[in-house]
Design a protein around this ligand. Sequence first.
Ligand code: PLP
Length: 472
Amino acid sequence: MFDHSEYISLLKDLEIFFQYATEENLVTSNLKPDELRANIDLKIGNSVSDEDLRSLIQQYLKYSVKTSHPRYFNQLWGGFQKAGFMGDVISSAANTSMYTHEVAPVATLIEKELVQKMGKIAGFENPEGQFTTGGSNGNLMAVVMARHQACERGKQEGLFGQQKMVIFTSAESHYSILKAANITGIGADQVWKVEVDDEGKMDMGNLRRLIQKAREEGSMPMMMVGTAGTTVRGAYDPLEEMADIAREEGLWFHVDGAWGGSALLSSKHRYLLKGVERADSFVWDAHKMMGMSLMCSVLLVREKGKMMSTFSADHSKYLFRDEEASDDLGPSSMHCGRKNDALKLWLAWKSLGDEGWERIIDYFFELAEYAEQIIHEFDQLELVVPRSYTNVCFRFIPKGKDGKDGQDFDAFTSKLRQELLASGHSMVNQAMVEGKEVIRLVICNHSTKKKHVEQFFEEVVRVGEGLNCRYM
Ligand SMILES: *Cc1c(COP(=O)(O)O)cnc(C)c1O
């Protein structure tokens, strides 16, 4: 039987977990696998008591990274969003699967409502779409749709004897495009990387030349992927110009807005995605800047019916009795069983309203601007590339004993990041941009306020100066 009191005591442990994640505590204990093994009884075999189970839960929570901590900047997601959290818990409690209206009646309507809402925000007049298990899988589905447009017989017959098909995407696009090309049989070598300019935007002249080159080689250009908010530096490709080229060349135009799609929620910043309304498909993660717990990602498609023609399968009559006429999401999906990820976003949106989202997105931009100001105030800090979104790529410039700039900046940046991690005070990632190692601060955490950005930089400068004394 379901014991409510036990359930409630688990929620009490969760309360403790969220108390760990406050600013006076550490973000991470940063333990090595061996240290963790020594602290947690991982082996599975004999049955343990409920009491032991509870202590395992407490250990799990204790040693997990506190991603809702206000100085957690490590990934493109983080923080805590109340209504979204409740929606996720409720979705698990009501446990359903998104394939049929029969088993997920309310959830199906909620998901369709969100697809219409988000599709219209993107500028699609009559959109279709689905929640997927993440932006990577949304991109994969888009590649399948592009392939289906370029080579319809591929769906049944496969790609035997098929001319090579080429996908064009920027040199700084997400690696999931390569994975999608691998999985779909297009081949990762057929993903051609287009050069980017100083701001990280795709170069249109280079794109045109590469399309021409592919045709000259006897390959078939099939798809262009524009990135709205690149993972490392947050650059936006020129989507309008890409849409023109896609139309001229007859290519599927996909926009990967997994990270940067949320700028559409702000009337001040949505210009960054100008042209997305002409895309064939668009991926937008709500588990990144919108702060939903993982996973919460939507694939939006401009023209209705394309998902069904691409993804329907023949042998599913036991589940889907009348594919064409039904309200089921399953037939036009890549998944079979699928969790209800729409509920949390719907509840959060109900609670915040359109204005609430706008306020949050604008605040993230302000915080990123503020971070940039702080960098300019410190001599030792350098903004390495210009900022477009809320990615702030910077580094600490070490000085030699002679007062001149030190030599090995990249190694210094890596050491600095390791020391930041070891202190557990904050968590931030590093990345390569324009051949330079940088600290990538991303602002998207719903718990972060101005003072946490200040605390972060104080720590960076303190740790950086300490390192500088020891190594230079
Ligand atoms: C994060 C990201 C992805 C992958 O999204 P997941 O939801 O993590 O699968 C794809 N593209 C871009 C540009 C991203 O930043």
